[in-house]
Design a protein around this ligand. Structure first.
Ligand SMILES: [Zn+2]
Length: 281
């Protein structure tokens, strides 16, 4: 028998037959792995949060020789990210964070940096005031932890200096900033026509992107970027994540729809607690 124990974040759960659950975990030491939680479906009720996505748990796992999946022997809750009563923005930010990290994590490989980033994000979701910048911060740092950090201090193509231009060209799809020489070369080869959107951004936006790669999430709640800067940062990081994953996150589509719903009247009619709107929604 192979026995393991680890602190893990529950990324996702699915029914497995009548009584069991198939659970995807992001372990501090074990990385991403799927385990069978025998009999866990019977335990699902509102006072038992052990199997809710986003819960931080301590698990004991066992696996017989030649078996592929671990079996969960014991599961203890360490932290639940959602404070009662649950608000929609909190739930949406939780869902996008979990889906992004699940997709970025490699199967059964050491994912300690990504685990640490997601844990810090979950702790921030408990705060009363949430900003969409938190999601941008997670995108930046999760990409970095997975080895796909956008390159912003030199040209991503040739490694050359960006020069002192008043606006710098940045492309999420291409993975960072580009010097003027590479922008001209790319235009000749029809890169923009092929879908690689280039944004010309002021140095302030570049600074904000760099800040998102290094600042603790708790600090992001206090930042008040201009509407234009926040939009640029959101577009660049969203494009970078889509380029790495090959498609948009399902949950991000829901988040965007919520942002775009005028006055959110439909949801208000159903008496859902919408919480405070994001600062630049
Ligand atoms: Zn270049």
């Amino acid at each position: 028998m192979d026995f393991q124990s680890d602190e893990a974040i529950l990324l996702r759960r699915r029914p497995l037959g009548e009584p069991h659950l198939l659970v995807t975990l992001l372990g501090r030491r074990l990385g991403k792995l799927q385990v069978v939680a025998p009999g866990a479906r019977k335990l699902l009720h509102r006072y038992d949060t052990r199997f809710e996505p986003g819960t931080v748990v301590y698990v004991n796992l066992a696996r017989r020789r030649r078996q592929h999946l671990f079996r969960m022997e014991c599961c203890e809750t360490l932290l639940t990210p959602l404070r009662q009563p649950v608000r929609l923005p909190q739930l949406l930010l939780l869902s996008v964070g979990l889906e992004a990290c699940e997709r970025l994590a490699a199967e059964q490989a050491g994912e300690e940096p990504l685990h640490a980033v997601l844990l810090e994000y979950l702790l921030c979701l408990r705060s009363a005031r949430l900003s969409l910048l938190l999601w941008d911060g997670l995108t930046a740092r999760a990409l970095q932890a997975a080895g796909f950090a956008p390159q912003l201090q030199a040209c991503v193509r040739c490694g050359g200096a960006l020069g002192g231009a008043r606006r710098v060209c940045v492309s999420g799809e291409l993975g960072g900033a580009l010097c003027e020489g590479c922008v001209t070369k790319g235009a000749e080869q029809g890169e923009e026509a092929a879908g690689a959107a280039l944004l010309r951004v002021p140095p302030g936006t570049l600074q904000l992107l760099l800040h998102l790669l290094s600042a603790p999430f708790a600090q992001l709640q206090k930042l008040r970027p201009s509407k234009a800067q926040a939009k640029e940062v959101h577009a660049i990081l969203g494009a970078a994540l889509r380029a790495v994953l090959g498609q948009e996150l399902q949950t991000e589509r829901v988040l965007r729809q919520w942002q775009e719903t005028p006055r959110r009247r439909v949801l208000a009619e159903f008496d859902v607690d919408l919480g405070a709107p994001f600062p630049y929604s």
